[in-house]
Design a protein. Structure first.
Length: 451
């Protein structure tokens, strides 16, 4: 004989079913009715969806729900116990092997360590800095030193300050993969020290990856802080071109798309299901993850993959994209930055030079085999875009007397000074530095340093 269900129990099941369904629909429509902060499914919505689903399930299963809940709870509890034992075992293993030998190391950090062992040099991490986006983190190596203020060490700076000279630029001026003593600012300082009657000190404010707008922003920050230079030497051009090539637009920084994605992802993580990144971050801190990652790296035989100097924006694959127009716009913005510096120089009383850095594809003389290999490894579209942009800049040179292309500096003696399209080795830096000092000495317009 079938046992009848008390009417009160049946009523509760109906209330539970309809309440769960109502909350479920409410959570799904949260965005449209203004109950969600983001455009995705937020944490609050997910919680309501889970609870409402549980209510519906309980209403449908009735008295069986208690037994199902107990069974499911037992499985979850046992799973957590097993995970805890696994994490504890991993912790013991980490301690036995030595945490200093494991850490949360990745392929890039492994390559950095190998680079230090091989050359004594490395590519420093970048840290956030207001207005200019990033600067180099502190480095303390025998051949490479970056201060807490992200200033690369300059050799041969005299004890007494004298005239103040600021150098600004990207990685080529900063000193990409050369010792402190072999950067362009260090060589310029050495040459100035040999000039009778002149005492000057150079501060290298260049940073890896900066475009000219970031350099000018740094100059304005220094001026605002009361640091008034006598001479500002810019050595740039390449990164402005690279940034436009990478973004498909002029006037943006290198890595702009990545920074934009990170900010958008962070905004979505605050209120959407994109917050799974938080779970990933938490898992990456577990001993199990550290141990697995360690053995993966230990057993990896793959080298760090070669990457192009600059990745092309998708626009360059469009046959209708106006490449020449982008080159002209890039040149126009670069020259506009020159005018900003010119206005600042009159207001604050300093001299300045915009030295347009040499590039391998604009060498102007016969290439040797090693240089040809470097050029052939680059994207032909980038090389063509570089030539278009530099030509647009140089076409307007007559209207910008302090814009000086560093040209004819490499004589074609067969020696390779370029390490890629825009970076040169220590020998090349010395040649460029001597060329710059000679130019300033011979500049007919004169300067306050009277070189």
């Amino acid at each position: 004989m079938k046992r009848s269900v008390p009417s009160s129990v049946e009523l509760y099941r109906k209330i539970l079913l309809f309440s769960g369904a109502f909350l479920f629909i409410l959570a799904l429509l949260g965005n449209k009715i203004g109950l969600s902060r983001g455009s995705g499914v937020g944490y609050g919505q997910m919680f309501v969806l889970f609870i409402s689903s549980l209510m519906i399930f309980a209403a449908i299963t009735g008295s069986k729900f208690v037994n199902i809940y107990k069974s499911f709870g037992t499985i979850i509890l046992n799973t957590f116990i097993l995970l805890a034992l696994l994490e504890f075992t991993a912790l013991i293993t980490v301690k036995i092997i030595g945490i200093d030998n494991i850490g949360q190391i990745d392929i890039r950090e492994q390559a950095q360590s190998q680079s230090i062992r091989d050359t004594g040099l490395m590519f420093p991490d970048q840290i956030y800095h207001p207005f200019v986006m990033w600067k180099s983190s502190q480095v303390d190596l025998p051949l490479m030193n970056v201060s807490r203020n992200s200033i690369r060490r300059t050799y041969w700076v005299p004890d007494h300050e004298g005239s103040r000279i600021i150098t600004l630029g990207g990685s080529a001026m900063w000193g990409w993969m050369v010792p402190d003593s072999s950067t362009i600012p260090s060589y310029i300082q050495r040459e100035l020290n040999n000039l009778p009657g002149l005492t000057a000190s150079i501060s290298n404010h260049a940073q890896n990856g900066w475009v000219s707008t970031q350099e000018i922003t740094e100059l304005m920050l220094l001026l605002r802080a009361g640091y008034n230079p006598d001479l500002v030497i810019f050595y740039n051009g390449a990164n402005d071109v690279f940034a436009s090539f990478e973004n498909g637009r002029a006037g943006l920084i290198i890595g702009n798309a990545n920074i934009s994605r990170r900010l958008s992802s962070r905004e979505n993580n605050d209120a959407s299901i994109g917050g799974s990144g938080i779970l990933t971050e938490l898992l990456s801190k577990t001993n199990v993850y550290i141990l697995i990652n360690h053995f993966q790296i230990q057993n990896s035989t793959e080298a760090v993959p070669d990457t192009p100097l600059v990745a092309a924006a998708p626009d360059f694959d469009d046959s209708n994209f106006d490449v020449s127009g982008l080159a002209n716009e890039t040149a126009a913005l670069y020259l506009e930055n020159y005018r900003v510096v010119d206005a600042l120089s009159r207001e604050y009383g300093f001299d300045y030079y915009f030295f347009l850095q040499p590039l391998l594809c604009l060498k102007g003389i016969e290439y040797n085999q090693e240089e040809l290999e470097i050029l052939n490894s680059e994207n032909p579209k980038l090389v063509a875009f570089v030539k278009l942009t530099y030509n647009a800049i140089l076409t307007a040179r007559e209207d910008y007397p302090n814009l000086v292309p560093v040209e004819g500096v490499f004589t074609g003696d067969g020696n390779t000074v370029f390490t890629d399209l825009c970076h040169i080795n220590a020998s090349g830096n010395e040649t460029v530095a001597c060329w710059i000092v000679d130019y300033i000495k011979s500049d007919s317009t004169g300067n306050t340093l009277d070189l």
